[in-house]
Design a protein around this ligand. Structure first.
Ligand code: ATP
Ligand code: MG
Length: 698
């Protein structure tokens, strides 16, 4: 029986329920599956979310109750309650059509915080919104019954809305406690089969406790033990987990979590009101603990000092770019926004003629003779080359972790600095300081600020994960990132301003445009974060895989891949400027220079063109200017300087192409294991393998 139901669910994709075609699966819960639905005819209609319950209605009584409940929901209209658009049966399976909430769920947001408490003001804002929706339902004598972070969604305005009033629970009330889903938010009386508005208040108390402390009220793998704890065990004082909470705030949480219903607040509205006034009450008698949570709290605090009013002001209206995308094509011509039209002419037309590569003169190279030790991409300042070393050979990790400074005209070794692990990326020089990132899987990461002349260390800051990418400096802040975190540090002191931890790995590097840091993850979520305070100002769900976020006049354009199409999206309106079908997978970051995006792609067994290509695409129009085919995979982000594209391959070739037509100007075959991204400036070309090769360009 269970199997048959699964099959039905999987067969639902592409089917039409009511007026909607189930276009995508949004996820599965304990009681059903949720799909993204698109109107079969009216393409201008916004997408909807369709929840199909995984049980057929067995009796007339269940049938009546389902429809009665749907009518009740319909009457619940409130800005903080997810609007229900339709309810019906599909082959005996009940389903609801609801507004699509593009901002994800509170569960997603808590997961992103990874155990750190949410900033208090932000938490109270969310709780206030949820509380308003819940109080409204209570005023209409409707009890939610299944309140939990997964059922709190964020709509297009980024407001919290309540979803999933427990109709499903009612229908399947014969389930055992371990089948209901997580009992983490169930009140003591609920385990005994009693339900009331006060149970919703208790659940809201559990949610408040979790977002304000970073920890669930009671944790166990065994749902019966959780039940036991809800009934008998006193909660840990919230202030032992988050020292930043005021005594008044902690007292409010504990009151809502009273074991006896009568000891809780009169109403949800009263609970929220007390939370809000606790916001402004002093944090006297601070508790400090050495727990990980407490440490994280302090960091989280640093993220922002904005008031609630400021925080609300800074929220950008997030229309997710996701679902409305239409591919460009003859039937669906892209109308270029005005600001892009002036860029429409081929940006190459105004470029200087391609330089001739008639001479590439080798000047010097190092002769260290090391095997399996490689030089990272270099950077040059004031006639000094800075390049790190790393290895792929475990035995050599003690050797390959030096930052070397060499004289560019002679190759003479000036000094070296020993890092805590391999240095994989180009260091950065700014204001006489050299910033070097390093790390190992076991030992974590380090960023060091060194005197660029002498190598003397000014400050060092450590991170949990290795730092393997080049940092970015903007407005006296240095932005460093590891696989799951972004840090903002003071350039002069290394003091941390804020950090953002992500559950999914970062995709590409954080991009800073107009004082906003855009951070995207491999799961296709993109966050806009205030560059100075680290405060999240917008979430863009399902942007696809982001390869670049770039300023274009006053707009921010995101280059991403979604459903095998390459898109240029306006980050704020979600508008698609253009899209192109993409035959292959993108490898490396996208280099953008003079209005052209240089994109390296690689064929796979699944794609039609099993070849490496470099594509040059006009950023304004999406027009493909040229494609260059290569034998071997491109191994680093293309480098474009003075009308030449520098490419390195996995077979240690270096290619130089002209930016105008992608014609080959010069190629070299290097040896020594691997080639890092070249460095070009002031007539110098540096190619780093296990040695550094310096050429003069003329
Ligand atoms: P439960 O079955 O107890 O409600 P759940 O909330 O985890 O558990 P579902 O309600 O089935 O499971 O939701 C499944 C997924 O679909 C969740 O990831 C949820 O965030 C997403 N989802 C549900 N409704 C919507 C909606 N209206 N808009 C966008 N996403 C939604
Ligand atoms: Mg749900």
């Amino acid at each position: 029986m269970v199997q048959r139901m699964r099959m039905v669910k999987d067969e639902l994709l592409g089917k039409q329920l009511a007026s909607y075609i189930l276009a995508e699966s949004l996820g599965h819960g304990a009681f059903g599956s949720v799909y993204l639905g698109k109107h079969f005819l009216l393409t201008q209609k916004p997408p909807v979310a369709i929840k199909v319950l995984n049980t057929v209605l067995n009796s007339q009584e269940e049938f009546d109750r389902f429809f009665q409940e749907a009518v009740i929901l319909d009457n619940l209209a409130h800005p903080n309650i997810l609007p229900v658009i339709d309810a019906n049966l599909y082959e005996g399976y009940p389903f609801f059509v609801a507004e699509y909430a593009p901002g994800g769920s509170l569960r997603d947001r808590l997961d992103q915080l990874d155990g750190a408490p949410m900033q208090v003001e932000e938490a109270v804002t969310i709780l206030t919104q949820v509380g308003a929706g819940l109080q409204h339902a209570h005023d209409m004598d409707v009890v939610h019954r299944d309140l939990k972070p997964a059922n709190i969604l964020f709509n297009a305005k980024d407001d919290a809305v309540l979803a999933d009033f427990g109709i499903a629970l009612e229908i399947q009330k014969t389930r055992r406690v371990d089948e209901i889903g997580t009992p983490a938010y169930m009140s003591p009386e609920q385990f005994k089969g009693k339900l009331s508005k006060k149970s919703d208040q208790y659940a809201l108390g559990c949610i408040a406790y979790e977002i304000l402390t970073g920890q669930q009220l009671f944790i166990s793998d065994d749902p019966y033990i959780i039940g036991y704890k809800h009934i008998f065990e006193a909660p840990i004082d919230p202030r032992d987990l988050n020292a930043d909470l005021s005594p008044a705030m902690a007292a409010a949480l504990l009151k809502a979590l009273s074991k006896e219903r009568d000891d809780r607040f009169e109403s949800v509205a009263e609970f929220i009101q007390v939370l809000q006034s606790a916001l402004s009450s002093p944090r006297t008698g601070q508790k400090r603990t050495a727990t990980r949570q407490a440490k994280k709290t302090n960091q989280a605090k640093k993220i922002s000092h904005t008031t609630q009013a400021e925080a609300q002001q800074s929220i950008i209206d997030t229309n997710p770019p996701t679902r409305e995308r239409k591919p460009a094509g003859p039937d669906n011509p892209v109308t270029l926004p005005k600001f892009l039209q002036k860029h429409k002419q081929n940006p190459n037309a105004t470029r200087q003629p391609t330089r001739q590569m008639d001479q590439l003169t080798p000047i010097w190279n190092t002769t260290s003779g090391l095997q399996d030790v490689y030089y990272s991409e270099a950077t040059v300042a004031n006639g000094i080359i800075y390049a790190g070393t790393f290895t792929t050979n475990n035995d050599l990790t003690g050797v390959a972790r030096h930052l070397r400074a060499l004289d560019i005209s002679t190759g003479e070794h000036l000094w070296s600095y020993k890092a805590n692990g391999g240095i994989y990326a180009a260091p950065v020089v700014s204001d006489g300081l050299l910033y070097v990132c390093s790390g190992t899987r076991q030992g974590g990461g380090k960023i060091a600020a060194l005197d660029a002349d002498t190598g003397e260390a000014f400050w060092v800051n450590e991170t949990d994960e290795p730092l393997r990418a080049t940092p970015t400096i903007f407005n006296d802040i240095i932005y460093v990132h590891s696989e799951h975190a972004v840090y903002a540090l003071n350039v002069a002191t290394g003091q941390q301003y804020w950090d953002v931890t992500l559950k999914a790995p970062l995709q590409g590097r954080p991009m800073i445009v107009n004082n906003v840091v855009y951070i995207s993850t491999e799961r296709g979520h993109c966050y806009a974060v205030d560059a100075e305070r680290g405060q999240k100002i917008a979430t863009y769900a399902d942007v696809g895989q982001v390869y670049a976020t770039v300023p274009f006049d006053e707009h921010v354009v995101c280059i991403c891949v979604y459903n095998d199409q390459l898109y240029a999206l306006d980050m704020h309106s979600g508008a698609t400027y253009w899209s192109l079908p993409l035959e292959n997978q993108i490898t490396n970051e996208v280099e953008i220079e003079d209005g052209i995006a240089y994109i390296s792609t690689e064929g796979t067994f699944a794609t039609s063109t099993a070849r490496t290509q470099l594509l040059a695409i006009n950023l304004a129009t999406g027009q493909k200017l040229w494609a260059a085919y290569l034998r071997n995979e491109i191994s680093a982000t293309p480098l474009v300087v003075d009308g030449i594209v520098y490419l390195t391959t996995s077979s240690q070739e270096v290619y130089m192409l002209d930016t105008q037509h992608g014609k080959l100007i010069h190629s070299m075959k290097m040896h020594g294991g691997r080639v890092s991204r070249p460095y070009v400036s002031n007539g110098w070309l540096l190619i780093n393998t296990n040695e550094i090769y310096a050429f003069q360009l003329s």
